[in-house]
Design a protein around this ligand. Sequence first.
Ligand code: UT7
Length: 325
Amino acid sequence: MSRYSRISGTGSYLPARRLTNADLAADLAQKGVETSDEWIVERTGIRARHFAAAEQGSSDLAAEAGRRALEAAGITAAELDLIIVATSTPDMVFPSTATMVQYKLGSAGCPAFDVQAVCSGFIYALTVADAMIQSGSVQRALVIGSEVFSRILDFKDRTTCVLFGDGAGAVVVEAGDQPGILATDIHADGRHRDILCVPGHVSGGSVLGDPVLKMDGQAVFKLAVGVLEETARASLAKAGLQDSDIDWLIPHQANIRIMQSTARKLKMPLEKVVVTVDQHGNTSAASIPLALDVAVRDGRIRRGQLLMLEGVGGGFTWGSVLLRY
Ligand code: UT7
C-alpha cells in the first residue's frame, strides 16, 4: 500500500501593524525617500503589508501560525513527530527558530530544524517533510514558513523596502494511504547567489558586511518567470497530470506581474490563482502557506482539489509541490 503525506490543517498569522502604501510612502518621505501608491501598485500589485512589533521574532509569528494549523488539524503539539521552520530571518544565529517554536508550542522531544532557501523555503521544507513521511520515520509534521523581513530592509532603498512584509503560514502534514502530495521538484543554482542576498555576517562580536537586503529586481524577475513554468511542468510530468488539471495555483507572492505571466504560461485564468500579494506584500518563505491558509479559510480551496504550490527566491532557489488537498 502506498504511503502519502496529506495536509490535514492550515494556519497563518499576520502581525497587527498594517501599513498601506500611502502609510509607508509618508514614513519614507520623512527620510527623504520618494515613492507612491501608484508606482507600487502598478509595478508590483502590492497595496499593503504587515510589520511585526519590535518584541516579535520569527518564532512568535511561527508559533501562532502553528497553533492555528494544529487546531485546524485537530491534533496537539505533543502528537508531532517533526517541526520544520523555513525562514531567512531567524530569531538568532542559533539555535534554530524551529526549536523555539517547539518550546513555545509546549512540546519537546521530536526533531525540530530550520530550512534556509529564502522565498523557496516553504517548498523545500514541505519536500523534506514529505520525504520523511514517505520513508515511514514520521507520522505527523508541522511545516511553517515565517519571516520578519522588515528587520533586514534598507528603508533608504526604495527599490526594495516597499516590496516586503512580515507574517507566517503553517501546515500540518500527516501520513495516510490516500494522496496527498503527488510530486515535488526543488532546485538551486548558486551562480546567481548575488542577485538577491543579505551579504552581512556575524564575526568577532560584530556584524561585518551589509546586513540589509540587496536585489537586482530585473534579473530576479527574468529568472523567476522561466523557472516557475519549468518547475510546475516538472511536477505535473512526475504525477502524470496536465496544466488543465490544476484547480488552484498558489505561487510565491512577490509581484502580480510574475504571477500573471506564470498563469499565462500554464494556460490558467487569473481567477484560479490565489493572490495575497496585494494585502501581504512579499513575505518570503511565509507567502505560500499564508496564501494557502487564506484560500482554505475563505472556502475557495476544497477537499479533493488539485493544488500547485511553487516558489522562487534567493540562492537562486526554486521549486514546486503538486498535491491533492
Ligand atoms: O521574493 C524573491 C523574488 N523577488 C522578486 O520576484 C522581485 C522581482 N522583481 C520585481 O518584482 C521588479 O523588478 C521590481 C518591482 C523590483 C522593480 O520593478 P521594475 O518594473 O523592474 O522597475 P525598475 O527597477 O526598472 O525601475 C523603474 C523605475 C526606476 O526609475 P528610472 O531609472 O526609470 O528613472 C526606479 O528608480 O522606477 C524607479 N523606482 C521607484 N519609483 C518609485 C524603483 N523603485 C521605486 C519606488 N517608487 N519604490
